[in-house]
Write a protein that binds this ligand. Structure first.
Ligand code: ZN
Ligand code: ZN
Length: 184
């Protein structure tokens, strides 16, 4: 059974998909579905990078894209990232302690912030040009690579205690709070 012959008959109602249109002849049904799936998965990986708006590791891209498209495997993410690097759409960056991450290409000179709590890496606008690091005599700088470490806004905000625990604490704390008020 040749795919081409099937397409010419023009009646392949097996699996309805977005590409299985009434007016469009389907030359080779199964590969087309596979191509469509790959395209959808690639698009989901691209969307993951665009939506996250920060450098992602392969695993992070996998996790983010998994929520956007079904049946995604890590091997597809590896392959897609490689293709996006070849296309020049992604650029690899090396952040200390993180291995290789990938960010969208074509951005102006910038630096990164590495959160030591959630381990996400963020892009920073601007430069550290005004930070003067004395160089030994005769040395001439030609560039720099700066990563700022710390806690991102989410991680730096203290978590609110859960409601149930809060009431227990409140009960225990009440006598002390009252005595403190009396003293005043
Ligand atoms: Zn964080
Ligand atoms: Zn800089």
């Amino acid at each position: 059974m040749r795919g081409l012959a099937m397409g010419q008959s023009g009646s392949i109602p097996e699996r309805p998909t977005a590409g299985n249109r009434r007016n469009g002849p389907i030359d080779c049904f199964v590969p087309k579905v596979a191509i469509e799936r790959t395209t959808k998965q690639k698009r989901a990986i691209r969307t993951a990078f665009e939506t996250e708006g920060r450098p992602l590791s392969t695993n992070e891209a996998f996790e983010a894209a998994q929520g956007l498209v079904g049946g995604l495997g890590i091997a597809t993410v590896y392959r897609s990232i490689k293709a996006m690097l070849d296309d020049g759409w992604l650029t690899p960056i090396d952040v200390p302690g993180k291995g290789v991450l990938y960010e969208l290409s074509g951005k102006a000179h910038h630096h990164h912030f590495s959160c030591t709590t959630c381990h996400r890496v963020y892009e920073l606008d601007g430069c550290v040009d005004n930070v003067i690091v004395p160089l030994p005599r005769g040395f001439k700088a030609s560039g720099h690579d700066v990563t700022i470490f710390g806690r991102c806004a989410t991680c730096a905000t203290p978590p609110r205690p859960p409601a149930a625990k809060k009431s227990t604490i409140a009960k225990k704390a009440t006598p002390r709070a009252r005595s403190a008020t009396k003293r005043r």
